[in-house]
Design a protein around this ligand. Structure first.
Ligand SMILES: C[S@@+](CC[C@H](N)C(=O)[O-])C[C@H]1O[C@@H](n2cnc3c(N)ncnc32)[C@H](O)[C@@H]1O
Length: 316
């Protein structure tokens, strides 16, 4: 199972997200194949982990992997914004909350739901295939203007309008229902000099559609506030982002609640906190700048190259 997904920034996540007590609860809000969960369970023998994942296939594999930990692990299959939205005052407050956004290598290599550009796979891209609309609906039904906006907003695709027009043109002939067909169509739509670079020219299109299909950014924005409110006193929260839009949402959510620290040029760490957010949890930012993987990690796992970890601790 390890071959399917290597947990990113694992050492750094363990370093920053130190549980406030020996026997607290960790919510792994994007449990995936449980790489981070396993590392926390091994390091902290009193820790319990509640794993959340929207994808039933991923959760089934996580359950299997975590079976040796017995009743130290539990699971909820839902989107993380729904999980934190349902959080009740008498629920156990987590001492650690971790988000590791996006999809895993398993989704690209094995899931056969159109995440990868290579296969003759149905263009679906839903994390939870039982709800919402597949990517093929967007691609075959949305007007070119709407498609171009998605590609621009979520993929920062410079040729968004050309690609959207090509999609509109092609689908009049035959509906676009396979990942490979969309990838080929995008390659043909971009200017010749952009067709054969280091990454496939459809990479940004696929990313944008996946984000739109799963409402990934909306879910992050909705979940973060509720997750911060759910923290146990002294609890820590961390979020690993893979592109600038995700990272920006995390940065702003943390910053909004950040305590300003009184200046103390000798002992910065012990400066008195000044609460800035009334009636809401305040945070101490643990990562003034996002933490990025070192060269060794990027070399061993190129998929980690754009990862950024931000972490914060509840001030009360
Ligand atoms: C990058 S992977 C996590 C990998 C995990 N940390 C590990 O070490 O194996 C992200 C996981 O979160 C899930 N996911 C993504 N967005 C989600 C959301 N909004 N709610 C719940 N699960 C989500 C995906 O299905 C995927 O399994």
């Amino acid at each position: 199972m390890e071959a399917f997904h290597v947990p990113v920034l694992l050492r750094e996540t363990l370093e920053y997200l130190v549980p406030p007590g020996p026997d607290c609860l960790m919510v792994d809000a994007t449990q995936g194949l449980a790489g981070h969960s396993t590392a926390f369970l091994d390091r902290y023998p009193g820790l319990r982990v509640l794993g959340v994942d929207a994808d039933p296939e991923m959760q089934a594999m996580a359950r299997e992997r975590l079976a040796p930990y017995g009743d130290r692990v539990s699971f909820r299959r839902c989107f993380f914004d729904e999980f934190f939205g349902d959080f009740r005052a008498d629920d156990e407050r987590p001492g650690v909350v971790l988000f590791d956004f996006g999809v895993s290598m398993y989704h690209f290599r094995e899931a056969k739901r159109g995440f990868s550009m290579q296969g003759e796979e149905a263009l679906d891209m839903r994390l939870d295939p039982s709800t919402g609309r597949p990517a093929s609906d967007l691609v075959n039904e949305m007007d070119a203007r709407g498609l171009a906006r998605i590609l621009e907003d979520y993929g920062e695709e410079p040729f968004a309008w050309r690609i959207a027009q090509a999609i509109e043109r092609e689908r009049r002939v035959v509906p676009i229902d396979s990942a490979r067909r969309l990838a080929e169509l995008v390659r043909a739509a971009v200017p010749p000099k952009a067709r054969y670079g280091r990454t496939h020219p459809a990479t940004r299109t696929f990313q944008a559609l996946r984000i739109a299909v799963n409402d990934e950014l909306g879910r992050i924005a909705r979940a973060l506030d509720a997750a911060i409110e759910s923290l146990a006193p002294g609890g820590v929260i961390g979020a690993i982002s893979f592109h600038s839009l995700e990272d920006r949402i995390v940065k702003l959510a943390f910053r909004e609640r950040a305590e300003k620290r009184a200046r103390n040029r000798y002992r910065k760490d012990e400066a008195e906190p000044i609460p800035r957010t009334e009636g809401r949890r305040s945070l101490v930012i643990l990562t003034p700048k996002p933490v990025e993987p070192g060269n060794d990690e990027v070399e061993a796992n190129p998929a980690s190259r754009s990862a950024k970890l931000r972490a914060a601790r509840a001030a009360d």
